[in-house]
Design a protein around this ligand. Structure first.
Ligand code: F6R
Length: 593
């Protein structure tokens, strides 16, 4: 949430900072700002409510900057105004900061230390920069002042700070929010996500929680919060700038939906090999008497399907929990629990909190994530990567199918049926390709049946209900149509009262054991005026059905129904004229609780 870029020593910092902010905009896009400092200590600060494209004309491209810091914001404290946009300055203007995260005790700190200070913003961030200025007056160095401040902060932060009296130094620090140092040819960069940095380097150094970094254009010093120096090797990321472009697509979401067949193939290449999943991980899962899957949002929804597979295919009892609930209200655990955290970004604060609780209890865990070296990956015992390339659109699509595929491989490896699964997944891949080729049909349904409705329902039973939850989330988050998913049989126990003339009810019917029952439930809502849209498997079709899917193995049908849901959501939002990739109020990678 929110994005940070910064640089020292590199050529053309304005272009790096702006491009980096565009890359990070998926993490927050309420307001943006950049501060540039030259060798004489002259500062240029530009910020605005709105998007990075609104900031662009305000940046002095000719300014000979040696240091820069930039930010794109997802508002937590204080509304999305220019005053609340980062960077923020201390009272005298000496220190300038950008910050991601939330300082829980900012009011208390302001009350204790900053009584006489007039604040220019409503943010928690401004408290940090004002404290740095206060402590700098009585400290030997800025590092000392910063260490004192960092030791006072409760909550989460990734921050970059400049001191206009030291135009050859850039400071950065991190606690529970991601932050990296990039080693560029002519200097260093800092960024809250490698995606912003790969335009200049693919060599990065991790900053760990509770560390402070001081950068000059040719040197990095990392220290812990006691001031002890820390040595850290760099690592390479295998991302290139080109892979991050939208190419011919109008929105990343469509690109990412269309990447799904290829993503499934890549996952098969990686995970169909015997040694792809370590024996240690397999043993840990085998020894467990119950699997606890913990996740949020779309990752939570994919967890439901995999819970069902764990029980049916690997005969392993499994339960699923919302991370933000699990962290504070843990269920009674079994004797030998094993925990699986599903997180596309690997940075979700709610999931991380839950993982910290599991680690405190001394249990083993697995993170399934798309991002190598992400926080959840580092902090879990085991990691399985999705290998699907960056997901940039805020609405998650290819991560869901990839999570199912990777979990499918884990479950089939446990059950000794990997070859069968690889073969079945190949059928799925072809069927998904065919759905994508058919997308104009879904566009027509979206235009005819969904554009003008204020609300809609997805219904289904069994796995169809589980996918309905994801499809409803997708439709509501990007088209703003209030959409709920219901087990088809449950609607008549109350919610059917909401069905009116023309209310769209999208029924998934791919599971032979319950399709007839769902059809009856659909008749009940049709009798009350609902507009029915049906998504059925070829073996269950009738003449009046709307979308017919290829007949892949029954338990793998979620791969198909979810892609239809993604495309219906995409085309509905597109034709409503919304920014599909950046839906209102949302941000990718939710790094605050
Ligand atoms: C919805 C969506 C969110 C995320 C959720 C968890 O399209 O993207 O619901 O799935 O915020 O994020 P990760 O998977 O990164 O932990």
């Amino acid at each position: 949430m929110c994005g940070i870029v910064g640089s020292i020593g590199i050529s053309a910092p304005q272009s790096y900072l702006l491009k980096g902010l565009h890359r990070l905009e998926y993490r927050g896009y309420d307001s943006a700002g950049i501060a540039l400092l030259n060798g004489n200590g002259e500062l240029k600060l530009a910020k605005t409510a709105g998007k990075v494209s609104d900031l662009e004309p305000l940046i002095d491209q000719e300014f000979d900057a040696s240091i820069g810091i930039g930010h794109t914001r997802w508002a937590t404290h204080g509304s999305a105004t220019t005053e609340n946009a980062h960077p923020h300055q201390s009272a005298s203007g000496r220190f300038v900061i950008v910050h991601n995260g939330v300082i829980d005790n900012y009011l208390e700190l302001a009350d204790t230390y900053l009584k006489g200070v007039t604040f220019r913003s409503a943010t928690d961030t401004e408290v940090i920069v004002q404290l740095v200025e206060l402590f700098a007056q009585t400290s030997d160095t800025v590092e000392d002042a910063l260490l004192k401040v960092l030791n006072l902060l409760d909550g989460s932060y990734a921050l970059a700070l400049i001191d206009i009296t030291e135009p050859d130094k850039l400071y950065a620090a991190k606690q529970k929010s991601p932050m990296l140092i990039g080693v560029a040819e002519d200097g260093f960069i800092v960024c809250s996500d490698a995606l912003a940095g790969v335009q200049r380097t693919n060599e990065f150094i991790e900053i760990h929680d509770g560390e402070l970094v001081a950068l000059t254009s040719n040197d990095v010093t990392i220290s812990d919060l006691e001031g002890n120096t820390v040595e850290r090797e760099s690592f390479k990321v295998d991302l290139t700038d080109d892979t991050l472009d939208k190419g011919i697509y109008p929105f990343y979401m469509l690109k990412e939906i269309e990447e799904q067949p290829i993503a499934l193939r890549r996952i098969s290449e990686v995970y169909s090999h015997e040694e792809a999943i370590s024996n240690e991980l397999l043993e840990a899962v085998k020894e467990a008497d119950r699997i606890y899957i913990v996740a949020c949002g779309t990752s939570y929804n994919s967890g439901f399907v995999s819970k069902s597979w764990f029980e049916r295919i690997a005969q392993k009892p499994a339960e699923i929990h919302i991370a933000s609930e699990f962290a504070y209200d843990m269920p009674l655990l079994s004797q030998k629990p094993f925990f699986i955290f599903i997180s596309q970004s690997g940075e979700t604060a709610d999931s991380r909190h839950a993982l910290l609780r599991v680690n405190q209890l001394g249990y083993q865990s697995l993170t399934i994530t798309n991002v190598k070296n992400s926080t959840l990956s580092r902090e879990a015992t085991f990691t399985l990567l999705l290998h699907v390339g960056p997901e940039v659109a805020v609405a998650s699509t290819k991560a869901y199918t990839a999570q199912l595929a990777v979990l499918g491989y884990l479950i089939h490896t446990l059950a000794g049926s990997v070859d069968t699964f690889s073969h079945e997944l190949r059928q799925v891949e072809v069927a998904v390709e065919r759905l994508i080729a058919q997308q104009e049909d879904f566009e027509t349904i979206a235009e005819d049946d969904l554009l003008d409705t204020p609300n809609a329902f997805y219904i289904g039973r069994g796995l169809d209900h589980l996918v309905s939850m994801e499809n409803a989330l997708k439709l509501k988050e990007i088209s703003y149509i209030q959409t709920e998913a219901f087990p088809a049989g449950e609607l008549k126990h109350g919610t059917i009262a909401l069905i009116e003339e023309g209310t769209p009810v999208i029924a998934l019917m791919t599971q032979p054991n319950v399709a007839a029952q769902t059809r009856s439930n659909l008749e009940e809502v049709k009798a009350r005026g609902a507009k029915a849209i049906t998504i059925v498997s070829g073996d269950l079709k009738t003449a009046s059905d709307t979308i017919i899917l290829d007949e892949v193995p029954v338990y793998l049908r979620p791969f198909l129904t979810v892609v239809v849901g993604q495309l219906l959501a995409y085309y509905t939002a597109l034709h409503k004229g919304y920014n599909v990739d950046q839906p209102r109020n949302l941000a990718k990678s939710v790094t605050v609780e």
